[in-house]
Design a protein around this ligand. Structure first.
Ligand code: SF4
Length: 503
């Protein structure tokens, strides 16, 4: 974030450079004598510069590898080993010349340095301070720094910069006690708090997957018969339509979603400590952000946790259960009870020549075309009402599918496509909840081919069984009667209880 970076320029440039609208105080000559900026002692230093999405695009256009950014919508840059010294450097930094290779388009985080935007020690307000690690500022009169900071604070009030800060709250760093506060920024604080009520909130990104997994392990909630919601991709795919945020507090991971009505938790807090304490802390936060609204709730509470929390007086309402099946039974579809599904699979095999391939990104266009066909089939007479809600749900789901199709592996998913006569006629994606349970997250099949969905599902179960699955979790039925009937017809081994903890 804010920190050791920002001032290294080409020799031919004037000594005081003002890229975009931000004034600069430190002369180039001082920067070239200094070895503080753009270098970092650890690879994961929290001072690495943060690039907003548009800044990433500009940096990539100026030659930085796209892979330097874990999340193209906004992220801290990945550092590289400093080949000419110890530690790590920004990949845009040329250690031999001491210059920034993308100086003209370096991010706001770098343009600000040696000033830094951060939260105050109480996390209540955004402040502008100067970094005492900068040798030049250490030798500069305090009234000069104060006047400079005032000018910069004025520039930061420009609407385009405020919008960027609101959209990229990680540009506001955590409090550093070696940064001297020179300006309080109450207006920026108010704008940020409106959008992000707690500065500890982080948007959920693919780089958070390991943190999520570690938190799950700490919480010891995972089992073969856990709800499918206890997995990163289950939530992450919806982030384009429902923003997800997280906070880590007292070694507990709190996942929040922000709906138009307010904040709620799609999962129990994940930590090793007492669950009722963490749940109380979660409700305290949601009530602070939502007021007394009933939107404050925790979804996807499983049976054992519900029992434990009920003893503490917490109240619940039921939510649709997950369907858990025997992988072997669904791979074989043997016996009378699976007669109709087996007949449909046999018909597909008799009438069509279909090949199944692992999903590749070049399948994306064909999958999106199939999604459009499938949703129009669902909306057509006899499948789903034409109501605007059904249409909106399918539009939202298309955005989620688009995210999956763009980078499935990065978010922990793997998928297959079914191809017939060169056209993708079905696709499915899922993930391992545990080494013994495969979750089917998405499944789309051309509805004009009778039995294709059943055939694809059996193929998925066969593949999972061959890879060690004992169980298949097919998620819930979203309260839809047709889906409920279809899922029950596959004879679930268990319906996994699912509860909503009320505020
Ligand atoms: S982008 Fe440029 S100024 Fe910023 S840390 Fe990297 S090399 Fe330094």
């Amino acid at each position: 974030m804010m920190g050791l970076m920002g001032l290294l320029v080409a020799e031919s440039e004037p000594s005081v450079v003002a890229p975009k609208s931000l004034p600069q105080l430190v002369p180039n000559a001082a920067c070239f004598r200094c070895d503080v900026c753009c270098r970092f002692p650890e690879a994961d230093s929290f001072l690495r510069p943060y690039f907003a999405g548009q800044e990433i695009a500009a940096a990539v256009a100026h030659g930085l590898p796209r892979e330097s950014f874990p999340d193209e919508s906004g992220s801290q840059i990945d550092l590289r080993h400093d080949l000419s010294g110890e530690g790590y450097v920004c990949p845009a930094f040329d250690s031999t010349t001491g210059r920034c290779g993308i100086y003209e388009v370096r991010p706001l985080d770098c343009r600000l340095y040696p000033l830094a935007l951060m939260w105050d020690a109480a996390c209540k307000g955004v402040v502008l301070g100067w970094d005492t690690k900068c040798p030049f500022l250490r030798d500069t009169a305090s009234d000069t720094i104060a006047a400079y900071a005032e000018r910069v604070a004025g520039e930061l009030a420009a609407e385009d910069i405020v919008e960027m800060l609101v959209a990229n709250p990680r540009l506001i760093g955590r409090f550093q006690d070696d940064v001297v506060i020179v300006q309080l920024l109450p207006q920026l604080t108010a704008r940020l708090k409106k959008a992000h009520p707690d500065p500890r909130l982080h948007p959920l990104t693919p780089t958070d997957a390991p943190r999520f997994v570690q938190a799950l392990e700490r919480a010891r909630l995972l089992a073969d018969d856990a709800l499918a919601a206890y997995a990163f991709p289950y939530h992450f795919i919806w982030t384009p339509v429902l923003p997800y945020w997280w906070i880590e507090s007292h070694e507990t991971f709190f996942l929040f979603a922000r709906s138009p009505d307010g904040w709620f938790m799609p999962l129990l807090p994940l930590g090793a400590g007492p669950l009722d304490d963490a749940v109380s802390e979660a409700f305290q936060l949601m009530q602070e952000w939502n007021g007394p609204s009933p939107v404050s709730r925790i979804e996807n509470v499983m049976g054992p946790q519900k029992l434990a929390l009920e003893r503490g007086g917490f109240q619940f309402r039921p939510k649709e259960a997950d369907y858990l099946y025997s992988a072997e039974a669904l791979a074989q579809l043997a016996g009378d009870r699976y007669k109709s599904q087996r007949a449909l699979c046999n018909r597909v095999e008799r009438e069509h020549a279909i090949t199944v391939e692992p999903y590749r990104v070049d399948h994306r266009t064909g999958c999106l075309a199939l999604y459009d066909l499938w949703s129009s089939q669902k909306l057509s007479k006899g499948h789903q009402s034409h109501d605007s809600m059904g249409r909106l749900l399918l539009e939202d789901a298309k955005i989620a599918h688009g995210r999956v199709l763009a980078e499935p592996e990065r978010i922990g998913l793997s998928g297959t496509v079914a191809v017939m006569e060169g056209r993708i006629i079905a696709y499915t994606f899922g993930y391992w909840l545990t080494p013994r349970t495969w979750c089917v997250l998405l499944e789309v099949a051309d509805r004009s081919i009778a039995g294709l969905a059943q055939w694809l599902f059996r193929d998925t179960c066969r593949t999972a069984l061959n890879r060690g699955a004992a169980s298949i979790n097919a998620m819930d039925d979203a309260g839809l009667p047709g889906l409920r009937e279809a899922k029950r017809a596959y004879r679930p081994r268990t319906l996994i209880e699912n509860w909503v903890l009320k505020g």
